[in-house]
Design a protein around this ligand. Sequence first.
Ligand SMILES: Cc1cc2nc3c(=O)[nH]c(=O)nc-3n(C[C@H](O)[C@H](O)[C@H](O)COP(=O)(O)OP(=O)(O)OC[C@H]3O[C@@H](n4cnc5c(N)ncnc54)[C@H](O)[C@@H]3O)c2cc1C
Length: 542
Amino acid sequence: MRSKVTTIVIVGSGFAGTILARALNARGQRVVLIERHTHPRFAIGESSTPLASICLERIAIEYDLPDLFALATYDRWNRELPGVGHGLKRGFSFYQHRPNHAFANSHRNEARLLVSASPDNEIADSHWLRSDVDQHLVRQATSEGVEFIDNCEVERAERRGNGWVLQMNRSGRPLQLDADFVVDATGGVPFLPADAKSEFNEFTIRPADSPGGKGVAPPDTGLIFGHFQGVKSFSDVADEASFLNPPYPEERAAVHHLLEEGWMYVLSFDNDLVSAGFVIDRTHSDSHHFLNAPPDEAWQALLSRYPTIERQFAASEPTRKLTSVPRIQRRRVSGAGSGWALLPHTFSFVSPMFSTGIAWSLIGVERLAGALSNDGNRRLWQLNEYDQMLQIEADHITSLVTPAYQFRQDFDAFVAWTQVYFAAASYHEVWQRLSDPPSEDGWRSVGFLGACDPILQRAKMEAADQLKTAYMDRDIKKTTRGLDFENLVGQLITDRNLAGLANPARNRMYPVDLPLLLRHGDMLGLSDEELRVRLPRIRGLS
Ligand SMILES: Cc1cc2nc3c(=O)[nH]c(=O)nc-3n(C[C@H](O)[C@H](O)[C@H](O)COP(=O)(O)OP(=O)(O)OC[C@H]3O[C@@H](n4cnc5c(N)ncnc54)[C@H](O)[C@@H]3O)c2cc1C
């Protein structure tokens, strides 16, 4: 049933709020999009993934929004939206460092892991220059008829009957707006009343629920970040380390430097701009020193502990003031109710470790656009389902990143754990590309990254438990060898391992292996012939 026209107010014009506004507008809803800043405005959360591209393509087709289709792959983006800034992302690169030592790595890759996300540049992912992307999307939205109010901060939402009155501040002047439905797309800044935001800022996931066993707490981190120019290539400055046989240009990737104090991300855009940030583990003894110091001082102090990264950034200049955030984790108690919903990034954030945010946000947009295109009980039922999926998926994301933090100082265990994440990501990406949707709701009822996939869940829990035991044994008995960790995970993920992961013979270099994929139709429930015919879909929908 198509819903009657209601006023849906979306608070926050990041890419997720704006794409939702455009989808609902395309369905004939009256949408008002509110933004406290004006575009272009700075934002982070830049590194996209294949599951995000798949979802962008689906939304583009369902709501006839062709520019979203262009944003889904690197080459399409270059051809069709050349003025919107981005950077090539071919995969995930990880390097382990020791404080006060230059980065060291031999041909055995004891400190280096590269996992491809795409077979070539044409269908690769991108780092999104958010100021450009979000501005582009808002311009499209307004040209399509979405009402957009910028420089306007929503301060409070009050219930009136079945609807809402929003109290806002536009450039210092009070403003009111009536709404039938409110979507909080603010990325976590609270304005909905208590029932929708209780325990805001409290990370409510119980530690005992996280894999890795009882007492393994989810990440608790702060952040120091900025954008820079003049950053050198890491492999150029690490001149004594081996960078043999990369399956893709290794810094055209989401680069992760694992450190004693936490880790650092480095994302390169095509125009010499680099986004970088130190994610600081708040349980590290020096964390408060770094997070309480002025950000530029903390930045230099951290660089000075890692000589190779320091050389990489030696001639760099920040393009804006560096920023420090004392804590980035948060989670709300519920994600939707009668007359309101939160987008995923408003509901919860745990870690940028595996670049889950953009894809999860887009899946939330896809589901919410579907739910709000209905009314009455069907809408309510779908909002309830949306809420339940958010809960399950936030737990799942937490359980994927938690062991990565726990093992980050033992690269063998860390590498082995990442293979669980990459199995989840690659299996669910290939499944969604090559199979038919499992229900009339399309892929909307399928959990993000295998959150509702019992085979993957079991493999994840067992891998976390067994790796933890092996990791502790190694510490105590010094018997476990590095490759044992990978073999152990390899056995556990067999039924979801389409990508030849956790294979010590790969020497921690994982290209996209299509011939291997062709041998695994059974894992997807496809015959060899079906798989061969469908394989071109791996390059995107049409
Ligand atoms: C450190 C860090 C690194 C990350 N890295 C990655 C990554 O590499 N890859 C990835 O996939 N994800 C990443 N993420 C997650 C990613 O940032 C989010 O998934 C994404 O930004 C969500 O987009 P959004 O549109 O929902 O919200 P946002 O991008 O947060 O946009 C919210 C908008 O709401 C506006 N707003 C806020 N409050 C109000 C108000 N009261 N009234 C009006 N307007 C308001 C803001 O100005 C803003 O424009 C990262 C997140 C963090 C914190």
